[in-house]
Design a protein around this ligand. Structure first.
Ligand code: ANZ
Ligand code: ZN
Length: 818
């Protein structure tokens, strides 16, 4: 056998996989299915980076593993090719976005093939392909028909650099997600999607998902459901009522003033003549402050008095009405009842402007209050008339009921979530398929006229007027109304990048369907996605939008499952060797192509998986590559040494207990590690097993061969090229049936693992209470669980809380109780 030449081996297998359509998923297969999906990439000009390699390798390992487990696996790949990154790059390089996108896609595809990913390339889709976005537009029309897409003049987040409006989800810490430019507010007529109609379901259904807790929490907080009441305050000298949203109606007796947002719609009604100029100046000044800063708890409070008073319905006392920017116009009613004694911001504001405080809640237990601070917690009511002595919780209900009887209040639920701003004033996106007619209004483009394709133009840069560049292309804009036939104009805004990615997993089930969105049988075969792998940065963007669209399609009877992605796995970021983020400006970016060139794709795959737990952030430790290369060479040589030997494979029964134990332990560990995405420990287990096979001189040749055969299968998902080659080289001599990819994943024999045992002393508070005789293959948790239920131990632990468990491998378990 020749020296290990990764280029030769990898080229050869990639060609074989390609020409035989090896990984094509069969819609009519009778096997059980698994749908394993990667978050498809933006085909950026920079090409594939090591972070892509990390998550795509992980998903590929899982896909190959499940194929060997007997599943029909759908593992597709495509391109999220619309949107700002592609367009900005095109502008920079002065090439048309369509051309740039094509070039970049070709490069990405090539790179993914070189990485040895087992995609079903026959299902490739690109969101910027008219045959794809035709259906994205079709879904938009469905949303429009359901009144889930609507136009409104709203204050939008405008990025002055990208020259487009952005969704709230795209504004991070007050700045544009893409270019970090500070966002300004602009009034503009925009398309919005009514994601708020789905707020409750988007929240409730999180429970059904196997997703990282962190992501679920982020979504829940973003949706921000809060239960409270609307409460009305009558003006002292007018019949006008100010309605506020409060989660703490139990503090009503403590309300000493009201605050409205500077943008409060009825502000004019409230301003007294003598306060007019001061309020006017304040409102002007606030326009320069971002909403993000305004929501900051710690910011210095500012505000002015309007001159008006309202009546606190609980105390019947007049309370002054102020304008302050810590109240946001976009939440609740844009007005707040201020309770300085029990709210942090109200407290700071009252301190600054000398407004009174009134304590109405005291803590149940006598926790000592730090001096001069608001008490924010729950407790018992004091100084609250008929409600005094009630608990906060009782009081919220009773005060709200009492207000309701007087028509001054009602229970309410509010959400932080806002409708999804869906218009972009950019060229490189799906045209919104609407025609504006003077007599008929907004008219949907008839389905048979889809797709509304982007016009081929020379000039696709932002227009600078705040309108989409499409607005300048007169012969595209001018059209006729599909309803009345009069001349009309096309909508010139485009959809955001998130549109195409909000349903692509469904199109993969039936990617070439030209008659409908997808065939419902194909979708019921594959959907929902069983395992979705990708970055956590999409927590409240793509992952929220995708769930929303999926639910809309569910309500339309187009899919039969409420959620798109059952299990979500996030990969951690790979940092540069210096611990900083990889970035062109630090000149520390690793190019995966070069690593593949020098060490091979199998080596790169193993190396990235071996860096540490998949979900952790971890630095690129170049030195480690050599170690993994040696590991691969060791396996190559193991095959090399076995091949010339005349071995007649015999039954497993001949094997020693030690060998059986080693083999079965490796099978068990690799299986469990792969299923739980612990690829780093799977690899170290396989390394140990390889060492055992190469170093244990007492091992029968026969055992080594059996071990080698299993090793190739177990390692195949992680390093598919070298294992396929070694398998093929050994196959005829050892009479192995079928190719490696056709093998069945081995199962371990529990009995073989019992043979090597160990005895541990089990103590309670340091006193020996029993002995545990168990297999050495048990995990720490398994051992502790078994130790707890030993009869001699259990009686000491009954009704006790274990404060601490001390575990010394192979020796002691000591339970510490009171
Ligand atoms: C009186 C009160 C007393 C409040 C108290 C809190 C504590 P979440 O939980 O986030 O929904 N609020 C209502 N609308 C607001 C707006 N537009 N801008 C700023 N603050 C607003 O918060 C609800 C609470 O935030 C409401 O309950 C209101 O203050 C304030 F001891 O009402 B509370
Ligand atoms: Zn018309």
């Amino acid at each position: 056998m020749a020296k290990y030449d990764h280029q030769l081996v990898e080229d050869k297998w990639q060609k074989i996989w390609q020409t035989n359509n090896y990984y094509q998923a069969d819609n009519s297969s009778v096997k059980p299915k698994k749908y394993i999906l990667d978050m498809f990439p933006y085909p950026s000009g920079a090409g594939l980076h090591v972070g892509h390699v990390e998550s795509y390798t992980a998903a590929d390992i899982i896909s190959r593993y499940f194929r060997l487990k007997g599943f029909e696996v759908l593992h597709p790949m495509g391109w999220d090719s619309f949107g700002l990154p592609a367009e900005n790059y095109a502008i920079k390089k002065k090439i048309h976005p369509k051309l740039v996108t094509e070039q970049n896609i070709n490069r990405f595809r090539q790179q993914l093939k070189r990485l040895g990913c087992s995609y079903d390339w026959s299902r490739e889709v690109a969101t910027s392909d008219p045959q794809y976005y035709r259906w994205t537009q079709w879904i938009f029309l469905k949303l429009f028909a359901q009144q889930l897409a609507y136009q409104a003049v709203v204050p939008i987040n405008w990025c002055p650099s990208c020259q487009t409006g952005l969704a709230n989800e795209e504004v991070i810490d007050g700045a544009c997600e893409r270019c970090q430019t500070i966002i300004i507010k602009k009034q503009k007529k925009q398309w919005l999607l009514k994601i708020t109609d789905y707020a409750d379901r988007l929240l409730a259904d999180l429970d059904s998902l196997t997703w990282p807790t962190k992501i679920k929490t982020m979504q829940a907080n973003w949706i921000g459901r809060s239960v409270g009441a609307y409460i009305k305050f009558k003006l002292v000298d007018d019949d006008f009522f100010i309605s506020v949203f409060s989660t703490r109606s139990d503090t009503l007796f403590g309300v000493t003033y009201l605050v409205v947002a500077p943008e409060y719609a009825q502000l004019d009604k409230l301003i007294k003549l003598e306060q007019r100029s001061e309020v006017g100046r304040y409102v002007e000044k606030v326009k320069t402050v971002s909403e993000y800063d305004r929501a900051d708890f710690k910011r210095k409070k500012t505000g002015v008095f309007t001159g008006s008073y309202a009546i606190n319905p609980a105390t019947n006392e007049p309370v002054p009405i102020w304008v302050a920017d810590y109240v946001l116009a976009s939440y609740g009613t844009g007005a707040v009842m201020a309770v300085p004694a029990h709210d942090e911001r109200d407290f700071a504001f009252a301190q600054k402007f000398g407004l009174p405080e009134r304590v109405v809640i005291v803590p149940d237990s006598s926790v000592r209050q730090a001096a001069r601070k608001a008490y924010l917690g729950e407790g018992r009511l004091v100084d609250s008339g008929q409600f005094t002595r009630l608990s906060s919780e009782q009081a919220r209900k009773q005060i709200t009921d009492w207000l309701k009887k007087q028509n001054l209040g009602q229970p309410a639920v509010n959400y932080k979530l806002k409708d999804w701003l869906f218009s972009r004033q950019r060229y490189w996106g799906e045209p919104i398929p609407i025609i504006h007619c003077l007599s008929c209004g907004a008219v949907p483009v008839p389905v048979e006229d889809l797709p509304v394709t982007l016009p081929e133009v020379e000039f696709y840069q932002p227009s600078g007027t705040g309108e989409s560049p499409l607005a300048t292309i007169t012969d595209w804009v001018e059209t006729v109304c599909p309803k009345c036939g009069k001349s009309a104009k096309r909508e010139t805004d485009t959809m955001p990048q998130w549109a195409g990615s909000s349903w692509y997993w469904l199109r993969f089930c039936d990617p070439n369907n030209s008659q409908e969105l997808f065939d419902s049988q194909a979708v019921s075969k594959w959907a929902p996605v069983d395992i979705y792998v990708g970055g956590a940065e999409h927590a409240v963007l793509h992952l929220l939008y995708a769930r929303f669209w999926h639910k809309v399609l569910y309500d339309q009877g187009l899919v039969n499952h409420q959620e798109p992605f059952l299990r979500l796995v996030n990969q951690g970021i790979i940092l540069a060797a210096d611990g900083r983020k990889m970035s062109k400006s630090f000149d520390n970016v690793v190019n995966p192509d070069e690593v593949i060139e020098q060490w091979g794709a199998d080596c790169l795959r193993l190396f990235e998986m071996f860096l540490g737990p998949l979900e952790d952030a971890k630095p690129w430790q170049e030195r480690g590559i050599v170690g993994l290369r040696r590991f691969l060479e060791k396996i190559w040589n193991l095959g090399n040494n076995l091949l010339p030997k005349e071995i007649v494979p015999t039954d497993l029964a001949d094997q020693s207990a030690e060998f059986k134990w080693q083999l079965n332990l490796t099978i068990k560990k690799t299986t469990e590690d792969i299923e739980s995405f612990r690829f780093n420990t799977a690899i170290s287990g396989l390394m140990e097993f390889t060492n055992y096979l190469t170093e244990d001189k007492n091992n029968l040749l026969n055992n080594r061969l059996e071990g080698f055969k299993n090793l190739l299968i177990l390692l195949y998902p992680l390093a598919p090229h070298i294992t396929s080659e070694l398998w093929q080289l050994s196959q005829s001599q050892f009479k192995w049936v079928g190719s490696l990819a056709e093998q069945v994943w081995p199962t371990y024999q529990a009995a073989a693992l019992q043979t090597l045992t160990t005895v541990l002393a089990i103590q309670v508070n340091g006193k020996l209470r029993g002995q545990l005789n168990c297999s050495v293959s048990l995990s720490k948790e398994e051992i502790i669980n078994q130790a707890k239920v030993l009869p001699g131990v259990q009686k000491y632990l009954a009704n006790q809380t274990i404060k601490k468990t001390i575990y010394v491998a192979d020796k002691i378990v000591n339970f510490v109780i009171d």
